[in-house]
Design a protein around this ligand. Sequence first.
Ligand code: ADP
Ligand code: MG
Ligand code: MG
Length: 894
Amino acid sequence: KKYVYYFGDGKAEGKGNMKELLGGKGAGLAEMTNLKVSVPPGFTISTEACVEYYKRGKAYPPGMMDEALHALKKIERSMKAGFGDPDNPLLVSVRSGARASMPGMMDTVLNVGLTTKTVHGLAIKTKNERFAQDSYRRFISMFGSIVMGINREHFEDILKHKKRDLGVTQDTHLDAKALKELVVSFKELVKEETKRDFPDDPLEQLRMAINAVFSSWYGARAVTYRRLYNIPETWGTAVNVVAMVFGNMGETSGTGVAFTRDPATGQRQFFGECLTNAQGEDVVAGIRTPLPVNQLEKFMPQAYKDLETTYKRLERHYRDMLDLEFTIQEGKLYMLQTRVGKRTGVAAVRIAVDMVKEGLITKKEALQRIGPDQLAQYLYPIFDAKEESQCTPLGKGLPAGPGAAAGKVALTADRAVEMKAAGNRVVLVRQETSPDDIHGMNAALGFLTARGGMTSHAAVVARQMGKVCVAGCEAIEVVDSQTVRIGSQIFREGDYLSVNGSTGNVYGGDIPVVESEVIQVLQGKMEAAASEKYQLFESVLKWADGVRKLKVRANADVPDQARIARSFGAEGIGLCRTEHMFFAEDRIQIMQKMILARKREEREMYLEQLLPLQKQDFIGLYREMKGFPVTIRLLDPPLHEFLPKREDLMVEIAQLELTSGSPTVLEEKKRLLARVEELHEFNPMLGLRGCRLGITMPEITKMQARAIIEAACELAKEGTKIVPEIMIPLVGMVSEMKAQKDLVREVATETMKRYGVKLSYLVGTMIELPRAAVTADRIAEEAEFFSFGTNDLTQTTFGFSRDDAAKFIDFYKTANILDSDPFAVLDREGVGSLMRTAITGGRKTRPTIKLGICGEHGGDPSSVEFCHLLGLDYVSCSPYRVGIARLAAAQAAL
Ligand code: ADP
Ligand code: MG
Ligand code: MG
């Protein structure tokens, strides 16, 4: 079996499409080599080797090391230098590279092959003693920390002391002698910490470094990252061994990272950062504040020209925005990495739309490149412009993750998690972030860092998570673990802070956040023509509409929501929850009286009062939906939800008694309490609710049916045709369905006669109980449509209480018992299987039965995909998710 793939001198054994085997980095290096882009020679040890290594209890698979040594010979020939050759040493970097890029998660060791002997050779060969010693001290600290496990800060401390002793501020100001002394101190540190000498044999170094890369696959940071992004443990990482080129050989050398387009905005302009006379991760680590990449033109004009030609070629070849890493050694450019660049949602949309215009990709490809959640970033809030203009920024950093966040300051990741759990909005403030902070970054709305550039850890993670980020804000000074100074102001944990990730401005206080441009346009507060963002958003959705099969409706209860839903392109209402209409001030009173009533006649009297209000609700909804279908669900929740809480009533009664308040009020409260106690249920979710209400109190169903049909009749007279879909909730038996349908029919016929109008309307049900799914063929004898109520269906299938399950679902996820929260992502295996049964049953009885979903899942991309696969007619989701569902439906159809 082949474990090692060589690349060099314009020819590679691997290819760009071999990511699974070579990892992203290895595949990119191979592809660039084949494209004749300038890449130092090297080889990739495959991910299979890593998997084998673990299978064998951390032993190399047979033949792997021989292959590696053979490839090393080829590098030596290509570089005309020898690994370990004291006169003419070859150095290599040992780099990890998994299939999916895991930024900062896996560790890279540079300058492998430096020993007491070769460091002299390097100095003589390059006629640069300082450079050789600089490389050596970097190597010892990197190798010492990454491979040998010594805390990196120990090395940093020694370096800091050295600089202080010599009175210099920059690493570059240390001369050869100082660096040589550092090497000695570093080696002493290694000896002290590990009780062994720093390895002085190049091959031993190489072996140890390869092992370290393999081991980092199971490092704590990598494990967390994999869990967060659902990357399977079984993939393993590849190892890339690459001939070193040196960016630290003086002012005509340098290193940098760049994006072929702006990763924050998507603007078509080369974008990046670089450092002259620097090596490796100096740029990413934020040790010195980097220069914009175009500054290279001044220092190294030829190399910059080459870089421009190269990035354009690579972008055309990959047909996507790329993230590049490069090093310039004495004016000559070398590419060290290429991959498809991470970008904000805002940038993803712009780049996709631009690339279609440029003829680089098709509309379908464009649709596939935009994550539904990235599109959602167009809906992110921004600061209220007026409020923001009245605040003076305390500092300004790099606008690394767009959007606006205001919240309480947390100074450590752990505290951010705790504060979020306590219900706070949190802004995480750090000197700089590292992969150890991931959990805190996940909890925070935004991050603010004192150091680091647009490609720093904080910035990369923010763009990926869609969080707000301001990086490298120099006005920040971390005073101690509880205090930070920003400009002139001191902040302690819990103080309010506002960060604008689109401009980089940082403010004290809690600036109100307002809706995004797209939302403002949709609400008519801004002209469509004035908003470029709105236009981008719209073009993507228009393309999506061209390919999707699923219709998208919205869950909306009131005209305002219906209007938003329509503006997002909803093609009807999939769920109107009528109970929400009864909570308004003027209605809850009547509703409570209705519930308190003990006799049918009394109930009917109050329902009579509710009827005109309810009718107006429906007229409002119908008007907004302009002929699109409207599904109205009859009253569903247990009645106690409309009554005051038992405890509150008891307190009120006690107070009235104490203060000898009005006896009639007291009397009323006592009656209320008695009824509340009567209605108490041990498990209300499985109690008197859904169609059980309408069956035991038919007058409720009658009133609602009348309101629905009367409203439609009145609109019909105005000339608007409405097809109401009346939905009976929580049906488990066909007999329930029949009982309610007969009632509705009776009222409808009578009403239409009264109005002299002939309407078509449908009576159907939600499928939200396992029994309903299993007997769907029977239920379809009566029901004219099904709408999957996957919230309840998930609850009843799992036997998980929707309101209590959060407590253990997280635990289940960490313990690998559940992959995801079934209330967020539809459980295809269990709930999905019931849905399939229901669809088959329903279609058997009624081949053209209309099928939809109205649970929360209707707006979740993976669930939308599943609904497409099931062949549903539509999904219905919250108004704000409609755009996202349209895109997800298109992606499912591609
Ligand atoms: P990461 O996956 O964290 O980006 P890399 O393997 O890309 O890690 O290494 C980080 C940086 O180290 C690179 O961007 C580059 O600057 C430097 N580097 C890696 N290999 C070499 C090499 N052979 N010569 C010079 N610099 C290198
Ligand atoms: Mg890299
Ligand atoms: Mg329900």
